[in-house]
Design a protein around this ligand. Structure first.
Ligand SMILES: [Zn+2]
Length: 218
């Protein structure tokens, strides 16, 4: 009886056509999987993968960001992230992976370039990494990114929204939350390091964090 109440039309449909729909769903899913993971992986070939640090900025810049800017980028769902890249990844895979990691990158519609910081300490100059004919591939990143430093993702056209995201935003979902001992505000662990440097000192940044927290509990 309760089955009928809760199920209504969708459950009836699935009862009428149980096998064909499930079958076609499975087929679709396995097809998608095969696309994102190259066949080599399934055959048991050792496909090398490596961790790569990315750093999304909101607009075209020529030098690395200051600490305060980094905090603002993090709050807006940008900044530094680590992604596991396989050597046989192609440009499409990388684009999708980056858009999964940084939801705001969807607004760039593919108009971004990778840059690498060069030079000494402080604010360093950013140097473009020209994409190959195939775009940015896993093999290419592995060759240019071995220095362990982050690759900057820089918009070619337009700017990305810098409004601070609430701490419960999708962008922070996979990041563990911690509480700052000084101000007792909870935040994604990635934000804490940047936040601690400014906690109590910079009123504007405190306000943005406070606002994000209020937004969250609403
Ligand atoms: Zn604090």
């Amino acid at each position: 009886m309760t089955d009928n109440d809760s199920g209504s039309s969708p459950s009836q449909q699935s009862r009428t056509w149980p096998d064909p729909s499930q079958h076609s769903l499975k087929k679709k899913n396995s097809g998608k999987r095969r696309q994102s993971f190259p066949p080599d992986v399934k055959k048991g070939h050792s496909t090398k993968s490596f961790l790569m640090q990315f750093y999304l900025v909101n607009k075209h810049i020529e030098k690395t960001t200051k600490a305060a800017e980094e905090l603002q980028l993090l709050q807006a769902g940008m900044g530094r992230r680590t992604i596991n890249v396989t050597e046989d990844a192609d440009h499409l895979w990388l684009s999708r992976k980056l858009e999964e990691t940084y939801a705001k990158m969807i607004h760039l519609k593919g108009a971004w370039m990778l840059y690498k910081a060069v030079g000494g300490s402080g604010q360093r100059k950013l140097c473009i990494l020209p994409p190959e004919a195939e775009g940015y591939t896993g093999r290419y990143l592995s060759a240019v990114g071995r220095g362990k430093s982050a690759l900057y993702i820089v918009p070619v056209q337009g700017n990305l929204d810098m409004t601070p995201l609430p701490n419960c935003a999708k962008e922070f979902e996979r990041i563990p939350k911690v509480t700052c001992h000084t101000c007792s505000v909870g935040m994604p662990v990635q934000l804490l390091a940047a936040h601690v440097a400014f906690c109590g000192r910079d009123k504007i940044l405190d306000i943005t964090i406070e606002r994000a927290r209020l937004f969250c509990s609403r």
